[in-house]
Design a protein around this ligand. Structure first.
Ligand SMILES: [Zn+2]
Ligand SMILES: [Zn+2]
Ligand SMILES: [Zn+2]
Ligand SMILES: [Zn+2]
Ligand SMILES: [Zn+2]
Ligand SMILES: [Zn+2]
Ligand SMILES: [Zn+2]
Length: 733
């Protein structure tokens, strides 16, 4: 919450100054600053800081090599006397410079370091009355938590603070995607560029090497400031919760009261409500009421932020094997992301995220299953004594929802993230510890014991018990979820078994031919796959839980929540990288409140989806260019199959992000108009049409997007100008 101490607004400041010696143009008077300065001077820790030569010198064995600006108490005193400080912030900056110098060059065990630390404490106390009086946010020098970025090229290649990197930004209306490369991987990159196509796209999409810009991941990253558009005072962006995405201009609390201006609040409370979130909210809060520590102020709010139709693609060998069992190579599912927040000091703060995949009756081999892919929480929940209880209730309510929706089974991979790895929220509080495997397993077991006791589910067990009790004989009887541990394990088991079969050399000496599958007359499962798989299952059995919710169901599953996509939060990596690039962190309550505001602003920006007028697909590529049928859109498949009586051009309802992907592809595509890649054909058609068209909606969109792309890459000339020049030429002709 912005400080509530703001009493005196800037207009009164001049009046206050008048009695103190004529600094009419200054915000703060010499006398006021001298009071602070005297307290510093008299502090016993200040001896070292009084003489210019001592503190500003760089010690022989310094930590840092670079010479930095510095300051000392004597010089600050002189500047006050000469009336050089016009603003309180100028004075505070000089004091911070003095402390920072010591923190930078001296070891944190040295006497000087400790003295600086003590003196800074005195400083904060002494300057606080002025900070309050002049309506500043705080007297502190604030830093963002340093973050590591992951290199796109290799999974475990990280770009830690203090390292250089190369980055390319792909902008869209939902989210800017950042492609980071470490210096090493960038140097090895061929000139054609980085292939960023998804695994389920057949064609490649390349970002040229020249489109990457060099950058530095700072060790120390001071928090950004914003300046009030009226009084010009300076504030920490985080302190005043100013999200530059909502508005470039900032007006401080004082001024907005005077001006009677209130900015739109994009609170998560205003986000649309959906069935599942309402269900959780009702159940969970009702349960929490039974606890004495719980108050009405602690109420948890839930919002569904993604409910997207997705597919999992089978890996090549698995595909080959499963096709013999009639399993199709893509498995459809619904991705649900639910965020929970509490209101703390009048501000909403996200503290919990649930990411689940829901597989319907036709999604074999995952028929009627839900996969709880991951949870994330921030240790700011109140009351803290009920934290674990509350998280349990959220999961129990979700399982209850699954039961009512007619799902039969649930799977949980109890896999704690590696230290320093975030699932959803960027930078957790330092005091929040990542649970170990055993602790997490027990935590889930306790939750599931409650679920059995309350008859929400029938039973649960680990994956090995499930495989044994069901007498599973082929991998296709195991679940196959997106991002789960099994797909890779199954694929490599098949690979090994296949190799054995081909070469006739067993991987280990205890090889026994798999007779069981033969006796059941199953098609060839590449020999010993299941035996190999069982080894891995045994190894991982404790970390993977199977939950039987209810007996076999026949009624179809219906989703009572609206289906919608949110590119902004759907991809975990892209979302985290985005948060890191903007320093949206959850390390403290102050940061969490700010980050919640920024994230929820983006969640408010979801634009309505346009659909194909024939099949309802959201992959709209084409739009009719004739005035007689406005808003007629088609997807590429329907356009090729059905055609249309008028000229059709590139749809104007596509995201910039998709345009760039399509554009990069179309540049190198040689398939003509038959190419099935999203937007390829319509962009090609658009490019041809554009040469002769004077002005139409599709051309405007096309030019606008190309302009954005080129200015983003800062390499090519301004298409916009060229367009208007050509237009003028034709009009003249
Ligand atoms: Zn501040
Ligand atoms: Zn790398
Ligand atoms: Zn102001
Ligand atoms: Zn269609
Ligand atoms: Zn038409
Ligand atoms: Zn193509
Ligand atoms: Zn046109």
């Amino acid at each position: 919450m912005p400080p509530s101490r703001l009493i005196i607004n800037s207009r009164n400041v001049l009046d206050l100054n008048q009695g103190f010696g004529g600094d009419y143009d200054a915000e703060v008077s010499r006398r006021e600053l001298m009071i602070v300065w005297n307290q510093l001077e008299q502090d016993e820790a200040s001896a070292f800081f009084r003489r210019p030569g001592d503190v500003t010198a760089i010690p022989k064995y310094s930590k840092g090599p670079k010479a930095r600006e510095s300051m000392d108490l004597w010089t600050i005193g002189q500047k006050i006397k000469e009336g050089l400080y016009k603003k309180l912030t100028e004075f505070m900056d000089d004091c911070h410079l003095m402390f920072e110098h010591v923190y930078h060059y001296y070891s944190n065990r040295s006497t000087v370091y400790k003295q600086a630390w003590n003196l800074e404490r005195t400083f904060k106390k002494a300057v606080q009355p002025l900070v309050d009086r002049y309506g500043y946010c705080c007297s502190k020098k604030m830093y963002y938590t340093p973050v590591s970025f992951s290199c796109y090229k290799k999974k475990d290649c990280m770009i830690p603070p203090g390292k250089y990197f190369y980055c390319h930004q792909l902008m869209s209306r939902d989210i800017t995607e950042y492609y980071f490369l470490c210096v090493n991987c960038y140097n090895k990159l061929p000139v054609e560029g980085l292939d960023v196509s998804q695994t389920n796209e057949n064609e490649s999409m390349l970002i040229p090497k020249t489109d990457f810009i060099r950058g530095y991941n700072p060790l120390q990253n001071p928090e950004r400031f914003v300046f009030c558009a009226y009084c010009k005072k300076r504030f920490h962006e985080v302190c005043v919760r100013h999200c530059s995405r909502i508005s470039e201009d900032f007006i401080c609390m004082d001024c907005s009261q005077v001006l009677d201006q209130q900015l739109d609040d994009f609170s998560p409370l205003e986000l649309p409500q959906h069935h599942i979130a309402n269900f959780l909210q009702m159940r969970v809060n009702a349960k929490m009421k039974n606890y004495a520590e719980w108050t009405d102020d602690d109420i948890m709010h839930f919002r569904l932020v993604t409910n997207a139709e997705k597919i999992v693609q089978l890996q090549p060998l698995i595909k080959e094997l499963y096709s013999q069992h009639g399993i199709s190579e893509v498995i459809p599912y619904k991705l649900k992301i639910v965020l929970a927040f509490q209101i703390r000091d009048n501000e909403p703060v996200f503290f919990f995220a649930l990411n689940a995949q829901e597989y319907y009756q036709d999604a074999s081999p995952n028929r009627r299953s839900v996969y709880i892919a991951y949870l994330d929480s921030v240790k700011i929940f109140q009351p803290s004594s009920l934290r674990s209880t509350a998280y349990h209730e959220i999961l129990l309510s979700y399982l209850e929802y699954c039961k009512l929706a007619k799902f039969e089974t649930a799977y949980i991979w109890a896999c704690p993230p590696n230290p320093g790895i975030d699932y959803v929220f960027n930078c957790h509080p330092t005091e929040q510890k990542t649970p170990g495997k055993k602790l997490l397993r027990n935590w889930y077991s306790t939750m599931l014991d409650k679920a059995v006791e309350r008859k929400i589910v029938q039973r649960y067990c680990n994956i090995l018990e499930k495989v044994t009790s069901d007498d599973v004989r082929s991998p296709h009887e195991l679940p196959y979820f997106e991002g789960d541990c099994w797909p890779d394990v199954i694929e490599s088991a098949i690979e090994k078994a296949k190799k054995e079969l081909e070469t006739g050399i067993p991987e280990d000496k205890n090889y026994k031919p798999n007779r069981r599958s033969g006796s059941r007359n199953l098609p060839d499962d590449f020999g010993n796959t299941m035996a190999k798989l069982l080894k891995d299952i045994k190894k991982n059995q404790d970390n993977y839980l199977y939950v039987q919710i209810q007996d076999r169901m026949e009624v179809p599953i219906t989703d009572r929540s609206k289906t919608f996509m949110c590119n902004f939060i759907e991809s975990r990596d892209a979302f985290l990288t985005y948060c890191r690039c903007h320093n949206w962190e959850f390390s403290t309550l102050r940061h969490a409140a700010y980050s919640t505001k920024c994230i929820s602003f983006h969640l408010h920006q979801l634009e309505p989806q346009f659909v194909c007028d024939i099949c309802g697909s959201t992959n709209v590529s084409w739009q009719c260019n004739d005035k007689s049928c406005p808003e007629f859109d088609l997807c590429n498949e329907c356009y090729i199959r059905e055609g249309h009586c008028h000229e059709m051009l590139m749809s104007t309802n596509i995201s910039y992000h998709d345009f760039v992907k399509g554009f990069y592809h179309a540049r190198i595509c040689s398939r003509g108009m038959d190419c099935g890649i999203y937007l390829c054909a319509s962009i090609k058609k658009q490019a041809q049409h554009y040469v002769t068209c004077l002005q139409c909606a599709s051309c405007e969109t096309f030019v606008e997007m190309k302009r954005k792309l080129h200015s983003a890459n800062r390499t090519r000339k301004n298409e916009d100008e060229e367009f208007s020049r050509r237009k003028r030429m034709r009009q003249d002709a």
